[in-house]
Ligand binder design. Structure first.
Ligand SMILES: *Cc1c(COP(=O)(O)O)cnc(C)c1O
Length: 376
């Protein structure tokens, strides 16, 4: 077990031994004991977002994208128009899902990694009064950018649009309060900041809105309304749940609570980031984004311009020392990403910094220089 690498990736991520051990038992998916796990999980997640009074929590089997697709397909009526604010791969994915579902969209693309300006968003909402909902990613994991959600939520509220948030990689570690930042739906999954293992996603969705969404889904298996109705009636998932994953998630949530909930997890992840960014900057690396936009989830670094640098060798050298890092996901420039979520602590970051230094050494790179970032 001790040779298992640490995952510096934004989910799946490194989980605790306790969470892994929770999967060593089989559960009857119809049994009351298992139903209790599901009920506890929903209650805890709603409480984390101060959404108990206004929202319901509906889980959905599959990876996070399944939950996003279920949400968009269930909540958005076939002719209803959606404004997608996209500044990266996950914003683009929502756009693609809506295209598959043949739901009308307006897309305000960004130039680079920043979202469009508030003025542009407002102009768009004024010129398209038939937009019924705004969809946005909370932390755009492809760049590491933490989007200005408060600003967008305020605009959506002012123009009375439903706000649908892909908070996949942020919820659990970035505070959000449904009573202060109104949202129609927030989507996340088991294997991100709550530190579970992959297998299902979940949606916090306004009770009234979901109640009004019967019959809208394009898909039987992904009908969030039907999943909710069935669960309310029976306490069970509609179709076979990933029982071991749910049990592991239940344990992971107990650890989340014991650590001090969202504020404590935010603090640990932010510390990981600060330690990592400071350490790599000392070695000459630069971040893609300026400090104001860095998320506590994952950070994008510019690759050195030295021709001796290749990501594949860098990756392999770091892997040999027990860490898996992440390739960049930008088309515009050479980058790599390092995630700082999961069971990662000060000592792990410190060891990573020495491993990076020795990888550079092995590659013969004595000075790290890179092109100036083309974004903020
Ligand atoms: C991880 C992630 C998803 C979901 O990806 P899956 O591979 O389907 O789990 C969606 N949006 C964001 C922002 C993510 O970080």
């Amino acid at each position: 077990m001790h040779t298992e690498p640490l995952l510096l990736t934004p989910g799946p991520l490194t989980t605790s031994a306790q969470t892994k051990r929770a999967m060593l038992r089989d559960w009857g998916s119809w049994d009351v004991d298992f139903n209790q796990l599901t009920a506890d999980i929903g209650a805890y997640l709603l409480a984390c977002a101060n959404a108990t009074e206004t929202h319901v929590c509906v889980p959905m089997q599959g990876s996070g994208t399944f939950a996003v697709e279920a949400t968009l397909g269930t909540l958005i009526a076939p002719t209803s128009k959606t404004l997608v604010l996209s500044n990266g791969a996950y914003g683009q994915r929502m756009e693609t899902i809506l295209q598959y579902l043949q739901r009308p969209t307006v897309v305000l693309p960004s130039d680079g990694v920043q979202l469009p300006s508030s003025a542009d968003i407002e102009h768009c909402l004024r010129t398209h009064p038939d937009i019924a909902q705004v969809a946005v990613v909370h932390c755009e994991t492809s760049s590491g950018m933490l989007n200005p959600l408060e600003e967008i939520a305020a605009l959506a509220a002012r123009y009375q649009k439903h706000l649908i948030i892909d908070s996949m990689s942020a919820f659990g570690a970035v505070p959000i309060d449904a009573q202060k930042l109104p949202f129609a739906a927030l989507v996340s999954s088991a294997n991100k900041c709550f530190e579970g293992v992959p297998g299902f996603g979940f949606v916090l969705v306004e009770r009234q809105l979901l109640s009004a969404s019967a019959g809208q889904s394009h898909s039987l298996a992904m009908d969030l309304y039907d999943q909710w109705q069935y669960m309310q009636r029976t306490g069970q998932w509609r179709f076979t749940p990933p029982t071991h994953v749910v049990a592991a998630f239940h344990t992971a949530l107990e650890q989340h609570r014991a650590e001090g909930g969202v504020p404590a997890r935010h603090a640990r992840y932010a510390r990981n980031r600060d330690r990592l960014v400071e350490g790599l900057r000392q070695q000459g690396f630069a971040t893609l984004l300026s400090d104001a936009w860095l998320s506590p989830i994952i950070t994008t670094f510019l690759s050195p311009t030295d021709p001796r640098f290749t990501f594949s060798q860098f990756y392999a050298l770091i892997k040999a020392q027990g860490f898996l890092i992440y390739p960049g996901k930008l088309t515009t420039q050479e980058t790599f990403r390092i995630g700082h979520i999961g069971q990662l602590h000060d000592a792990d970051i410190d060891r990573l910094l020495t491993v990076v230094a020795s990888a550079l050494d092995t590659m013969g790179i004595t000075q790290v220089t890179q092109n100036t970032p083309i974004s903020a």
